[in-house]
Design a protein around this ligand. Structure first.
Ligand SMILES: *Cc1c(COP(=O)(O)O)cnc(C)c1O
Length: 229
């Protein structure tokens, strides 16, 4: 478990180096440690090393960990596929949902957040299926302008930006292409008047490419925690 401190230090160095290459300030990129299928003790070790933002893919697993940890100051990011029968629990228990990909889900999350006892709106990203997204989830790029505008208008939600999960690629140029596409979509939304500050993109294998294309949140699992069970 003490490996986690060393791995976090190594990731932070990778982020800093990528920011320097991109001519960006290190403060523009935040690390979300994706702790899915990792034990609570691994999260405790990361907390002890100063990591406070965690990502979970499975709602029940995430809520079980939240109950066990019950520490203030953690921000919980839901990064898994979200079904409509899970929106109430997601809206009440997470600070962010990265995987909103249709209006019905957004409306349910918004309504359930308003009904919950949380006083902040739920931060969310619209997931986009840019060229060859691995998971096949996500809105199509041509739906994004209308959908983003509809989501941004919902009480209870705060649309922060866009998220994608591309097909793995080995070379940096291929890794950058889908991230560049997501960035262009975000730039168009901004030009259209939406105030978006987030690009959620980049994982253990491609965080450099994502940062070069403007990522503000990188979601890192195995490079922080080691292999999953
Ligand atoms: C698992 C997962 C990650 C982390 O992936 P690693 O390759 O382990 O860094 C990031 N984002 C999402 C949506 C995931 O499901």
């Amino acid at each position: 478990m003490s490996d986690i401190q060393g791995r976090l230090d190594a990731i932070r160095r990778r982020i800093d180096t990528a920011c320097q290459r991109a001519g960006r300030a290190e403060s523009e990129v935040s690390l979300i440690a994706v702790s899915k299928r990792q034990p609570v003790d691994a999260i405790r070790a990361a907390l002890a090393a100063g990591q406070t933002a965690f990502g979970e893919n499975y709602l029940q697993e995430g809520m079980d960990k939240q109950a066990e940890l019950a520490e203030p100051g953690i921000s919980w990011h839901f990064v898994g596929p979200i079904q409509s029968n899970k929106t109430r629990a997601a809206a009440a228990n997470f600070d962010w949902v990265h995987t909103v990909d249709r209006l019905k889900i957004a409306q349910r999350l918004a309504q359930h957040r308003v009904e919950s006892n949380r006083d902040q709106p739920l931060d969310c990203c619209l997931q986009v299926n840019v060229s060859g997204e691995a998971s096949k989830a996500g809105a199509e790029p041509d739906e994004v302008p209308k959908l983003a505008r509809e989501i941004a208008a919902l009480d209870g939600l705060r649309l922060r930006g866009l998220m994608t999960l591309p097909e793995p690629a080995d070379d940096e140029a291929s890794q950058r292409a889908p991230f560049a596409e997501l960035r262009r979509l975000r730039d168009d939304l901004r030009a259209d008047g939406l105030e978006l500050d987030t690009l959620s993109m980049g994982m253990s294998a491609d965080l450099e490419a994502a940062i070069l294309e403007g990522a503000t949140l990188v979601r890192i699992g195995t490079a922080v925690f080691g292999p999953r069970d």
